[in-house]
Design a protein around this ligand. Sequence first.
Ligand SMILES: [Zn+2]
Length: 247
Amino acid sequence: MAGREGVFDQALSNGLAAIVACEWPGKEVDRKGRVLSASALLKVIEEHLPATEGIVCVPDEHLMPDIPQSDVNSLFQAGPRPSSHTRIDVRTLQNGIEASQAARHGRGAGALQQRHIEALLALDGHRSLGAMGEEQQDRIQRIAQTEDAVSQKRAAEYLERIGDEEATRRAENVANPNAYHPKHNPDGHDLDICPVCGHEAFCVEGLDPIFGQVTYGQCLVCTYVRSPGAAEDQAFTEHLRSIMDDE
Ligand SMILES: [Zn+2]
């Protein structure tokens, strides 16, 4: 299986299997536990929900529980859900399956049309598919935030233990192990201001990969560590804030 017909079949089978497994658990497999073909999955959907002119609308009955918006930086999960139902154009998808199979067997070339692709993309609104990416993103973001909070707390405690005077002394004598040098260290960076102790002692290992705005690394005075994930999270928050300020 190759080419765009293969990709269409694979994506359609996966999408339909996820939707059927979510709506009618167990119906996505045959008696031997094998996942049904895209055609068979479309039949399962039609058996459970009547099609109107070849189109089945799967209602979003069991809406996901609301995520409390009071949480810090709930920016990723903000925003309304795109629709309250998923449109499954059974007739067009069935036609797309036939077209891609014909193309793969050398009967009629380029039979897969835009309307087939659009019908496939419409499946993505279903919660079994859309929610996956969101949940994953949310989980990664939460881990980064928790790690950062723990690191800040630990650094603040350390700072208290050594005292202001000692912290200042260390900051004045700090040497940057990752200082920029055109020849010996072209990827080096200047020291950044540490958000915990306020000293220019944050040794930068890199910048967040998406916006290139927030540094990650470790403070050489208070030991605060900002991970690449935390830098990305912060950069995204700052980016959204700047968009809102512009409006
Ligand atoms: Zn510091």
